[in-house]
Design a binder for this molecule. Structure first.
Ligand SMILES: Cc1cc2nc3c(=O)[nH]c(=O)nc-3n(C[C@H](O)[C@H](O)[C@H](O)COP(=O)(O)O)c2cc1C
Length: 438
């Protein structure tokens, strides 16, 4: 029996991977856009729709990063609204464990699980940097290395709250006039949180809503191995995916968990065409739309940590080397280039080897996992990746809002179904049932 593939739909929206200038692109904020994508994902029998969270607009060299599409509505409000226009699709939202409180998050996710009949998931993130936290008047709050301690105790506390009501606590006996047998009480005392009281919501349909984790450091992986149901990762290529998969799955045994208890779902994008050549040509066009000249210079400045605005994006790399001591120029984005000098060395070598301009180099160096081809080819490649343990499935990030997922749902999914590796209909009603058949 081949592995069954898990699929999620990432609502695009706050970075240069979205081609917002395309005539077909719609609003990032209107509910109609969220509804369109959710309905498409449900038509394609996806496991869940996924919303990321950005708590502060990113900045580059002191200005709002204009390659980002600004304006991301509140996660749980959008998901609550989506629960009313879908009936099976899982609803996953990102909420930071650094800038929230366990009681509040437990209530929000619990409410979503009740409203949706057991379809809620929480993506626990520690959030990138102090800059993000300034909106909360806690700019310097928690060093990066201390955030997982808080995240772990945060999640433990949330789980205690979710478990605080017995499954049969709500009696609702109209004859006897007994509504509730016993409310859920909790007491949590630890280094991060010291709270006690009654939780206001009874046990939810899933009991424990699904927990997703998205940090990539050693601590992040360990946290996921101990506590998460799903990891959302950036390791989407075959070799990188397999290395990540092996590393994370081997950590599970220490926590008494099996390989099937934690699903690995990297982000991936896709470009479809009637022929392979057409798909590749279209993919190239999309990358040029995503990385415009000004965006290319910004990417380079992120690595060089210098003002390079005088350079021509269609010309060669600057002769000047990166500044090893400078502060990053970009704030609010996860710092992908911690060692900027080393990254610059690799980029320079790549540009020299392939004779690339700045823009061509940025396109080459920043392209993430993409499935490109005819719908049938893409279905086969996705399946090969999953069967060869590069992942358990993918979180698909379309480049158009809101219609970018339509072709995948309507043209690729049927091929996956024919291969016998993807459901032809939902068999359960909760997200936990979709993901784990239990
Ligand atoms: C694939 C992926 C997606 C992420 N999505 C978000 C997000 O939506 N919102 C957010 O605040 N942080 C997000 N993060 C940042 C993580 O929460 C975390 O702060 C960051 O990766 C640093 O932790 P690490 O060193 O363990 O990777 C994401 C990280 C990864 C790897």
């Amino acid at each position: 029996m081949p592995k069954q593939i898990k699929l999620a739909a990432h609502f695009p929206g706050v970075n240069n991977t979205t081609v917002w200038s395309d005539p077909r692109s719609g609003s990032q904020i209107d509910f109609a856009s969220f509804e369109h994508m959710a309905r498409t994902a449900e038509r394609g029998k996806f496991d869940f729709i996924f919303l990321a969270e950005g708590l502060r607009l990113r900045e580059h060299a002191g200005k709002i990063l204009d390659s980002d599409v600004v304006g991301r509505p509140n996660t749980t409000t959008v998901l609550a609204a989506l629960s009313a226009v879908t009936s099976r699709l899982g609803l996953a939202g990102t909420l930071s464990s650094t800038f929230n409180e366990p009681y509040e998050v437990a209530r929000q996710v619990s409410t979503l699980d009740h409203l949706s009949g057991g379809r809620a998931a929480w993506n626990v993130v520690t959030s990138p940097d102090a800059f993000t936290g300034q909106n909360f008047r806690r700019g310097g709050f928690l060093k990066r290395e201390d955030r997982y301690q808080r995240a772990e105790e945060f999640l433990t506390t949330v789980r205690e709250l979710w478990d605080s009501w017995a499954p049969d606590a709500l009696v609702g006996d109209k004859q006897q006039g007994v509504f509730v047998r016993e409310v859920g009480r909790f007491v949590h005392s630890g280094p991060q949180f010291d709270i006690e009281g009654e939780f206001t919501l009874p046990r939810t349909p899933q009991g424990q809503p699904i927990v997703i984790q998205a940090g990539d450091s050693d601590e992040g992986r360990e946290f996921a191995a101990k506590s998460a149901d799903v990891i959302f990762s950036r390791h989407g290529t075959l070799e990188d995916g397999q290395a990540f998969f092996t590393d994370v799955k081997r950590r599970l045994a220490a926590y008494g968990r099996s390989h099937e208890d934690l699903l690995i779902m990297p982000a991936a994008t896709f470009v479809l065409g009637d022929t392979e050549e057409e798909a590749h040509e279209y993919a190239r066009e999309i990358r040029y739309q995503q990385v415009r000249p000004a965006t290319a210079i910004q990417f380079l400045e992120q690595v060089w940590r210098r003002d390079l605005s005088e350079y021509d994006a269609d010309g060669p790399l600057p002769e000047v080397d990166p500044d090893p001591d400078a502060e990053p120029l970009t704030w609010g984005r996860v710092q992908l280039h911690q060692d900027n000098v080393e990254t610059a060395r690799k980029w320079r070598a790549l540009a020299e080897e392939k004779k690339l301009s700045i823009r061509e180099l940025v396109i080459e160096a920043t392209t993430r996992q993409q499935f490109i081809g005819t719908p049938q080819q893409v279905a086969h490649t996705v399946n090969d990746y999953v069967q060869s343990d590069a992942s358990d499935g993918f979180v698909l990030v379309p480049h158009l809002t809101p219609g970018g997922l339509d072709e995948f749902a309507d043209k690729v999914v049927p091929h996956l179904q024919e291969l016998g590796v993807f459901r032809t209909d939902y068999t359960g009603s909760t997200l936990r049932e979709h993901l784990f058949s239990r």
